[in-house]
Design a protein. Structure first.
Length: 683
């Protein structure tokens, strides 16, 4: 029996929907031939196939699926078998209305669309359980099935009476007494005090939306409902399939649920990556994509799977560009070098109808295998085979940690201060990540529960919430020699979303030498600046913190104007054996480059490739290979200090030309340095 971990190669394939083509055996036959040509070795099957698997209540038909799983396996292609819970048939909505979701206005949805089931409905959980047990019985021991794909992109909330009752029970379990809830939700404000759990409704625009502690608990509750929904499916799968890994496909900077909770329910992390590519400058978007890859890798501290990506364009961004030459390979390999053990696509073949008929696919409506997209996919498959040695190499743990804490993110979104619509820290996390990414420094991206001990640098970009114990762990970390960079809007509330008393950033005022920053916000178009003693000045926009007091340390840069002009904007303080920096405002890319020039040097962080890289060119290392890609808009020359081999072209040189969007994979194993040996090139 195989699971993706046992395989010595990377998975390559994607979502396959033969259920849309059951009346076209010729097409299914052609698919097999073309999959082999495209170096496909795995497909995700049955994701939205419920109406083909159970045509009426209890009338199951798994025959077609069995034939396809068999045929794929005979052709060397594994199946990632999905449970169909991401969408359900019309008969089910008709017969069991509670399966449908209710919106926050209390309106039950009509049948239609997908990803819209009630997370609590006993009817839906029962139907899902029955389906999954049958799938598990039929396919659990099939040698072609290597993993399970539960549902699809779980998202959203349901506000039906069943969910409201479950929320009340969840609150009872958490707080025990309503007095405790009143205290921790600060309900003495606006006469919100409850005398019984039964009086509490889910947050709603028709009711309570202004209590941030309540909204935070609702998000935690929804996450827990989703986790128990997944558990229900996993237990059903386990009835006949005790050992194959299960996954759920996650999403880009996802807001609705806390993935660190869902991660515990699955064996493998997987996610769907759809960057908004725009020819000319890919750096910011791909830095954000890689930040998400690293977030996914950090969830379990091990490789993840890229479950979906488009081999050409998507159909749901506001502008859907084709991938420019080179970008299919580059985006795919970036995911692998950040820790993916797969490159999978949405979708193998374009359907003739439905809302995704014009979404990119490996095979288009012409059904041909001599298209530009198909050739790009072949090239990617070949590249994955060429670098497959990486699959079994251990991944080095990064020495930098950037904190992206979902609970803190939620609290930042509910807060009423500063900028009304712009307090989500994800952009700050992306910008700090990008500064390290450009230097070739690998980073973990995870929440504030992370163990800090092994890091040389910890960054807190706008980490609004400090839950119990976090400040103490940060103090110990810096005291013991760690380096800490703290930005504005950090360490302000506790895990209940109540403000910390006695000075902020909570627990760190002496570590940073900064006390009680007050938050100033700038109007669009307004700017302050961060001015260094040598005259370099960088803009500060949107948010400026003005510390009440700077008690210790060195001022590295000051604000350029306004009533706080000349006061500290960037400081450094020695604490114990470590160092702590405080960055008071949101600066731009160049401003962060200046900050990180100092921070990365002091934190002694290793780069993926110790060579000067031209502007827009980045390097990401995995094992003994480094991916070098040009994410800028212009052609660049890479000049190395020693000759190295590009394992994709088998070309050894000290100089390489990289067109915009192009990449190469350098052999950086120490023993090979400078020798130009080529035995890894097997072309
Ligand atoms: C994903 C989804 C797929 C498909 C794809 C299109 O979010 O899981 O089913 O809709 O987007 O980009």
């Amino acid at each position: 029996m195989s699971s993706p971990d046992d395989l010595s190669f990377f998975l390559h394939g994607g979502d396959y929907n033969p259920d849309q083509w059951l009346d076209r055996p010729d097409i299914l036959e052609a698919d097999l031939k073309m999959m082999k040509k495209a170096h496909v070795n795995c497909v995700s099957l049955g994701i939205f196939a419920w109406s083909a698997l159970e045509k009426q209540d209890g009338e199951y038909d798994f025959g077609w699926l069995g034939d396809i799983v068999d045929r794929l396996y005979e052709n060397g292609i594994y199946t990632d078998l999905a449970t169909p819970s991401g969408a359900r048939p019309a008969w089910m909505a008709e017969k069991y209305p509670t399966v449908l979701r209710t919106d926050e206005q209390g309106r039950r949805r009509l049948f239609g669309e997908r990803h819209n089931h009630c997370l609590t409905s006993p009817d839906y959980r029962r139907k899902v359980r029955e389906m999954d047990m049958k799938l598990s019985e039929r396919f659990g021991s099939h040698p072609g099935v290597i993993m399970w794909h539960i549902g699809n992109e779980f998202s959203g909330d349901c506000f039906c009476p069943l969910c409201a009752a479950a929320f009340r029970q969840w609150l009872k379990n958490k707080y025990g007494t309503v007095e405790d809830l009143n205290r921790r939700w600060w309900t003495s404000f606006w006469s919100q005090r409850y005398s019984s759990f039964d009086e509490i409704d889910p947050p709603s625009p028709r009711g309570e939306m202004s209590n941030p502690s309540m909204r935070l608990d609702w998000r935690r509750f929804s996450t827990d409902q989703c986790a128990s929904f997944i558990r229900n499916e996993k237990e059903a799968i386990r009835t006949h399939c005790p050992d194959k890994p299960v996954t759920v496909n996650m999403m880009w900077s996802f807001w609705d649920y806390d993935y660190s909770v869902l991660a515990k329910e699955v064996d493998l992390i997987s996610w769907d990556c759809y960057p908004r590519l725009r020819a000319g400058n890919y750096l910011t978007e791909m830095a954000e994509a890689c930040m998400n890859h690293d977030y996914m890798r950090s969830l379990k501290g091990r490789p993840f799977l890229l479950m979906e990506s488009s081999p050409s364009k998507v159909n749901w961004h506001s502008v859907n560009q084709l991938k420019r030459p080179g970008m299919q390979l580059t985006t795919s390999l970036l995911s692998v070098f950040c820790g993916s053990d797969s490159v999978m696509y949405f979708q193998w073949r374009k359907g003739r109808g439905g809302s995704e008929a014009f979404h990119g696919a490996v095979v288009g409506h012409d059904g041909r295998d001599d298209t530009r997209v198909f050739r790009d996919v072949v090239l990617t498959g070949e590249a994955l085979e060429r670098i497959s040695a990486l699959k079994k190499q251990p991944m080095e743990k990064p020495k930098a940690l950037i904190v992206l804490d979902q609970q803190s993110r939620w609290a930042s979104s509910f807060v009423q201060t500063g900028l009304r619509d712009h307090m989500d820290p994800v952009e700050a996390v992306r910008d700090h990540y990008r500064a390290l990414f450009k230097m070739g420094i690998r980073a973990d991206v995870r929440d504030s529960d992370a163990d800090l001990t092994d890091y040389s640098l910890v960054v807190l970009p706008e980490t609004f919430m400090f839950r119990d114990g976090f400040a103490q762990r940060l103090r110990e970390y810096v005291n013991g020699g760690g380096k800490l960079l703290v930005t504005c809007f950090t360490g302000i509330v506790d895990g209940d979303d109540l403000c910390h008393l006695g000075g902020t950033p909570h627990g760190l005022t002496d570590v940073l030498g900064v006390r009680d920053p007050d938050l100033d916000a700038l109007y669009p178009g307004e700017e302050n600046s961060m001015v260094f003693p040598d005259g370099r000045a960088f803009p500060i926009r949107e948010i400026c913190e003005y510390p009440e007091e700077v008690t210790a340390g060195e001022c590295l840069a000051v604000y350029g104007r306004d009533f706080y002009g000349g006061t500290p904007a960037f400081t450094e303080n020695a604490f114990g054996k470590g160092l702590a920096w405080y960055l008071a405002g949101r600066t731009d890319e160049k401003g962060l480059d200046a900050v990180y020039a100092r921070v990365a040097a002091k934190a002694d962080l290793k780069r993926s490739l110790d060579e000067p890289l031209p502007e827009g060119v980045v390097a990401v290392r995995r094992g003994d290979m480094a991916l070098v890609c040009n994410l800028g808009g212009e052609k660049r020359e890479l000049e190395l200090s020693v000759p190295r081999t590009d394992l994709l072209s088998c070309h050894t040189s000290k100089t390489f030309a990289l067109k915009s969007g192009a990449c190469l994979v350098l052999d950086v194993s120490a023993e090979k340095e400078g020798t130009g040996e080529e035995e890894k090139c097997t072309r």
